[in-house]
Structures are given as structure tokens and as C-alpha cells.
Design a binder for this molecule. Structure first.
Ligand SMILES: [Zn+2]
Length: 92
């Protein structure tokens, strides 16, 4: 005879999977600021903007920027600088 005792049910204990949740502390952009003297990022998530070539020349001169498809992508800080420079002309 020999009824084999049913093997103990093996309950696999699969707890919560602690996945690899990466929290990127240091944000890195993809689009570098078009201003040569600046090493910021002009990504939208960084508040970057795109200016026209004319606008860029006004502030940074003929060779102070890098063109991208007819526009100049600038970071938030550079956009502010441009805005400031233009404001003084626009306001009375
Ligand atoms: Zn910049």
C-alpha cells in the first residue's frame, strides 16, 4: 500500500516586486542651449524657448549662438536675458 502523503503544498512567496525604480535626481536635457557661452539645456521641460535668428543676434551677436533649423533654442536663463534686453526697447 503506501499512500504517499501528498507533498506539502509549496506556496511560493512572491512578495511585492521591488522593481528598479530609478529616481533621476539629476535632470539631463537633450537639447543644449543655443548660446555658446551657456551650457544650459533648452528642453521644453527645462523652460527652454526658441528664438528667431534675428532675436538671437540682437542679444548674443553674430556668432554667439548656434542655429538649429533656422531657430535658436535657448535655455530658460538665456530666454530671460533676451526678454529683458528686448523689454527695455519695447517699453516706453
Ligand atoms: Zn542658455
Amino acid at each position: 500500500m503506501g499512500f504517499k502523503a501528498k507533498a506539502r503544498k509549496h506556496k511560493s512567496e512572491s512578495g511585492e516586486e521591488t522593481g528598479t525604480k530609478k529616481k533621476s535626481s539629476a535632470k539631463v536635457g537633450e537639447i543644449p542651449c543655443g548660446v555658446k557661452s551657456c551650457d544650459g539645456f533648452a528642453d521644453k521641460s527645462f523652460g527652454g524657448r526658441s528664438l528667431s535668428i534675428d532675436n538671437a543676434i540682437d542679444v548674443w551677436g553674430d556668432s554667439g549662438y548656434t542655429e538649429r533649423k533656422g531657430r535658436v533654442r535657448v535655455c530658460k536663463g538665456c530666454y530671460r536675458k533676451w526678454k529683458k534686453d528686448n523689454k527695455s526697447e519695447d517699453t516706453y
